[in-house]
Write a protein that binds this ligand. Structure first.
Ligand SMILES: NC(=O)c1ccc[n+]([C@@H]2O[C@H](COP(=O)([O-])OP(=O)(O)OC[C@H]3O[C@@H](n4cnc5c(N)ncnc54)[C@H](OP(=O)(O)O)[C@@H]3O)[C@@H](O)[C@H]2O)c1
Length: 235
């Protein structure tokens, strides 16, 4: 990947940081962490500075209007065009059903479209296995992820001719602050493993990657089974 700005939207995310650090390459490099102001965002910026990167932060909220999203992207690419973008925004719980779909789906889809128009070399979307196997217990999250995932799959096909690669990442359960209160299911993985698998998928120029690999087959089988036979948490 050529030098240019590396952007992480969801700059406080543990998985986002694991993916970004695997893809960044050695410093010096310009990095922009976009997100809502928080201790985690600040801490991630400090960690990258300590490693020798030039780091800026930018404001991003899922409720931003389209022109505000463009403003954030313009700010991020002011010194050097965006070469790599990792989208790690997501929330399993939200204030309302509509909010869940906006945060996980609509806002991410609009951001993806705006990003691809700027022609970065690589976009990485943190989707979820829930995009292919929606669950009742996280309905708004699943539906939002479906929208973002499908947008990325379509954009990957459209943008291929322009040299923009889009990778859709579909992890199952990852042990992070998002899942800290949930029991660990089989096939649970870590942010570090997601980062390593994404890096391998980017090198192989793939457009979809499941983490762990077995999650793809597991979801396919689960989708064939009648839901009433499954434990309620899996329906
Ligand atoms: N952990 C899992 O098991 C798992 C599995 C599959 C997919 N994923 C996906 O992986 C990505 C990263 O998740 P993670 O596990 O690293 O969790 P995380 O640390 O909670 O990261 C989620 C990110 O989304 C941001 N965010 C949430 N609501 C937002 C809003 N309304 N506006 C702007 N930003 C918002 C958070 O920012 P704040 O700090 O400001 O809240 C944070 O940066 C997410 O897209 C998630 O859906 C996670």
């Amino acid at each position: 990947m050529t030098a240019g700005t590396a952007l992480l939207v969801g700059g406080s995310s543990e998985i986002g940081m694991a993916v970004l650090t695997e893809l960044l390459g050695p410093p010096p490099r310009r990095v922009v962490l976009a997100g809502r102001p928080s201790g985690e965002l600040w801490w991630n910026a400090e960690k990258l500075r300590d490693l020798g990167y030039t780091v800026r932060t930018a404001g991003y909220d899922a409720n931003l209007r389209a022109d505000e999203v463009d403003g954030m992207l313009a700010h991020a690419s002011a010194e050097q065009p965006i070469c790599l973008a990792v989208l790690a925004v997501g929330a399993m719980t939200s204030d309302s059903f509509a909010d869940g779909i906006i945060v996980n789906g609509l806002s991410v889809s609009l951001l993806l479209r705006a990003l691809v128009q700027r022609r970065p070399e690589q976009v990485v979307l943190l989707s979820s296995a829930a995009a292919v196997r929606p669950r009742q217990s996280i309905a708004a999250y699943s539906l939002g992820k479906q929208l973002a995932d499908s947008t990325a799959v379509l954009l990957a096909r459209q943008a291929a001719d322009t040299g923009v690669r889009v990778l859709v990442v579909r992890p199952g359960f990852v042990a992070t602050r998002m899942t800290a209160d949930l029991p660990k299911p089989p096939l649970a993985t870590t942010a570090t493993r997601v980062g390593k698998r994404v890096a391998a998928a980017v090198r192989a120029q793939r457009s979809i990657v499941w983490v762990p690999r077995r999650m793809a087959l597991t979801v396919r089988v689960l989708n064939l089974l009648p839901r009433r036979l499954l434990p309620s948490a899996w329906r």
